[in-house]
Ligand binder design. Structure first.
Ligand code: GLA
Length: 385
């Protein structure tokens, strides 16, 4: 079972020392996430049930005078920007960091420069929230290095704003909240309207297995934003603020909405119910039932929301057929990347071996990196070390 890998803290610290000839003043670690159930519900003000992964992005940092930020990423190389410049002019991965600095500034905080070294073991493009982890880690680095009194909740909201306003992805707030507030050993039930978060202990005897198909896709593609626009259209046709306020019965009253809109809404409404049902199953230790909701979630995402993909469908179908698996589904935005399974703890090793042996990336969607199966423990949200 994979827990937190402490060596990445040492790697970040040592990387900082090699880069700058001294040790960092502090280190911030922010985890990626896997969503157990509740997909494409967050921007509809619905429910989600993610957990933080034992994989994280670590920034070792020290404040510097002036308003320049200098960072070196072990995976992506060097970057540098001036905080007063427009973050839209900063290209590549460091735009997330520049975006966080600028957003914090626009909230009236005085933000100062820092130098840092970044080390991450969250695969990017795998739908495991590597970008939210970078946003939250960077936000906390700004908070610490500038000694400002910005709350973690504000940092999470600004992370979502970076996605929405700077990166062009109209995502919800699930990833940032998980990365900021998750608790170890538990999934986090989030009501994405009230932002109330309730840790739900993972059931005994079951393990979460992350299944990375090795396929990759950028979320900034138009498909994600199209789904959101369709949901907004259905909500406004119903005269409600968001699909959170609609019921399945309401949908039958809509004759001016195309069938595709109804299917999208049908997914969101049924998925919200499945999240709450899944929470009950977890509390009652009814693992077969929990797995059934996950399987139904995948089917709904594939058939009604159309955000699965050939590789995700294949790995999920194989997982569901292997003994010891209670349920499996795609996780995150979809189209490519990762899926998640809940597996009997006594059969995890054999499950991983069997799925690995049976799974081949489909020819129409080749893998960009090796597929892999990883039993994962739920870790805690962002921390300062
Ligand atoms: C991405 C987004 C989240 C959420 C999921 C789908 O991870 O960042 O806000 O919408 O997709 O559930």
């Amino acid at each position: 079972m994979s827990g937190l890998d402490e060596t990445i803290l040492t790697n970040a610290r040592e990387g900082f020392r090699l880069q700058y000839g001294e040790y960092p003043e502090f280190v911030v670690r922010a985890p990626g996430r896997v969503n157990i159930i509740g997909e494409h519900t967050d921007y509809n003000e619905g429910y989600v049930l993610p957990m933080a992964l034992p994989y994280s992005t670590v920034i070792a940092a020290s404040p510097i005078s002036g308003n320049m930020v200098t960072v070196f990423s072990e995976g992506f190389g060097p970057a540098q920007f001036v905080l007063t410049d427009d973050p839209a002019e900063t290209s590549g991965w460091s735009r997330y960091i520049h975006g966080m600095g600028s957003m914090i500034q626009t909230r009236g905080f005085q933000v100062l420069g820092w130098k840092g070294f970044i080390y991450s073991d969250i695969p990017s493009g795998a739908n495991l929230s590597s970008s939210a982890a970078l946003e939250i880690a960077a936000g906390v680095v700004f908070q610490q290095s500038s000694d400002i009194d910005i709350s973690l909740m504000e940092i999470a909201a600004l992370g979502r704003d970076v996605e929405n306003n700077l990166m062009g992805v109209r995502s919800g707030i699930m990833d940032q909240l998980t990365c900021a507030f998750a608790e170890s050993g538990a999934a986090l039930l989030i009501d994405c309207r009230s932002l109330k978060m309730t840790p739900i202990e993972l059931p005994k005897g079951a393990s979460v297995v992350l299944m990375d198909t090795g396929t990759r896709r950028e979320l900034s593609g138009t498909e994600y934003n199209k789904r959101r626009a369709t949901c907004d259209q259905v909500a406004s046709a119903l005269g409600v603020q968001s699909l959170r306020d609609a019921t399945i019965a309401d949908l039958s009253s809509l004759d001016q909405i195309a069938e595709i809109g109804l299917r999208r809404a049908q997914h969101v409404l049924t998925e919200n119910i499945r999240v709450l049902d899944a929470v009950n199953s977890m509390k009652q230790q009814r693992l077969g039932e929990l797995g059934g909701f996950m399987n139904a979630s995948h089917e709904s995402l594939r058939e009604d929301y159309n955000v699965s993909g050939p590789a995700l469908d294949r790995i999920v179908e194989i997982a569901q057929s292997v003994s010891g698996c209670y349920g499996a589904r795609m996780t995150g935005g979809g189209f490519a990347g990762s899926a998640v399974a809940i597996v009997d703890s006594g059969q995890v090793q054999q499950f991983c071996e069997q799925v690995s042996n049976l799974y081949r990336p489909p020819s129409e969607q080749p893998a960009e990196t090796s597929p892999g199966l990883y039993p994962v423990e739920a870790s805690a949200g962002v921390s300062i070390i």
